[in-house]
Write a protein that binds this ligand. Structure first.
Ligand code: 5GP
Ligand code: MN
Length: 336
């Protein structure tokens, strides 16, 4: 929960019409999109001028989210985005905890802003850039934090079907459909309330998970063929080269969730997926673990990344093969 005096200060800021920017992290996922749009739909009802500004494109599988078409994409409209951001009274940064998670160009702009800033996020080790910080790693999603934040502000009557749909999306995606350990009775109480607000939870699930292209499934097949096991480290990993991605007409979001298959194997408690991105000149990596093995630490220490104890990401500037070789060498010391 946010402190009462902070809530009072934010409420007072919101008591007159404001220009507000809401920002998710780069490569926004279901939680980043759901939390920013959920808050957007609340603040619009309160008569504020609100724009969600995403650092880059969002994946197609989230394009059905209400008013996602009104999201400003920073990378596509740098000048327009900068102009709006510079006029903002208030900036919300949601589902990330360090400005560099928006990418270099946007980070530079955000650093110059004088607007009041509010961070709401559930990742470990938040940076101290915001005027108000609601950071709590016990939450399974930023969407659930937004839900509590709205209640704390006393705006719960504004949680209509549209808001609830956005928030449910982040809760269901970040919790792996309610199976990850941070799913609590509070999560289910929150979701029960969202269902009472009129969401069609089964339909949302369909839109998110049963809406795949044929190519995406073939790509999943390829990824599973590439799955390797390192028994002595209870570890598995998957690679996808740019060539393999291209062969299946890869679209943004197509690889979402594939990493989890590596953890579904009996006896495996750590997994990684290495995805080549020739355009950015990096290997994008996702890490997942079960139990005590801290992948946030692992990603921070070895792969320029971060995240949570059981789910993190990072990147490498070496080739795909070299990156995998480095990974295996690191396992020898980090995972006995
Ligand atoms: P995913 O593997 O699904 O992309 O990300 C898993 C978690 O790690 C998410 O919470 C995400 O925000 C975080 N994460 C992913 N990539 C990075 C990264 O490059 N840097 C940091 N700091 N966190 C990341
Ligand atoms: Mn999240």
């Amino acid at each position: 929960m946010m402190q009462t005096n902070e809530i009072e200060a934010i409420k007072s800021l919101l008591s007159t019409p404001k220009k507000i920017g809401i920002i998710p992290h780069r490569n926004p996922d279901g939680d980043a999109m759901g939390s920013t749009l959920g808050l957007y739909h609340i603040l619009k009802q309160l008569q504020h001028e609100v724009v969600v500004i995403a650092p880059n494109e969002f994946p197609e599988f989230l394009a059905w989210l209400p008013e996602s078409e009104n999201i400003m994409i920073f990378e596509r409209n740098i000048e327009q985005s900068r102009t709006f951001l510079e006029k903002c009274d208030l900036i919300f940064t949601l589902d990330f905890n360090a400005l560099h998670r928006t990418g270099e160009a946007m980070e530079k702009v955000l650093e110059t802003l004088t607007a009041t800033s509010i961070m709401i996020d559930h990742h470990q080790f938040p940076d101290g850039y915001a005027n108000y910080t609601f950071s709590d790693t016990s939450y399974g999603s930023t969407c659930q934090m937004i839900y509590d934040f709205i209640y704390q502000l006393g705006y719960e009557n504004y949680i209509n079907k549209t808001v609830a749909t956005c928030l449910y999306t982040g809760i269901v995606t970040d919790s792996g459909s309610f199976r990850f350990p941070k799913t609590t009775s509070k999560t289910h109480q929150c979701v029960a309330d969202l269902i009472e607000k009129g969401i069609n939870n089964s339909e949302i699930h369909n839109l998110l998970f049963d809406n795949s292209s044929y190519n995406r499934l073939l790509l999943l097949g390829k990824a599973l063929q590439n799955l390797k096991i390192l028994d002595q480290y209870k570890t598995s990993y998957i690679t996808l080269s740019q060539e393999e991605l291209d062969a299946f007409g890869h679209q943004k979001g197509d690889t979402e969730g594939i990493v989890n298959y590596g953890l579904s194997i009996n006896g495996i408690d750590f997994t990684a997926i290495f995805i080549e991105n020739k355009e950015e000149g990096i290997i994008k990596i996702s890490f997942r673990s079960q139990g005590d093995f801290d992948v946030n630490q692992f990603a921070r220490k070895h792969f320029n990344g971060g995240g949570h104890i059981n789910a993190a990401g990072g990147k490498s500037f070496a080739t795909l093969d070299e990156t995998v070789q480095q990974f295996i060498a690191i396992l020898a010391t980090e995972k006995k």
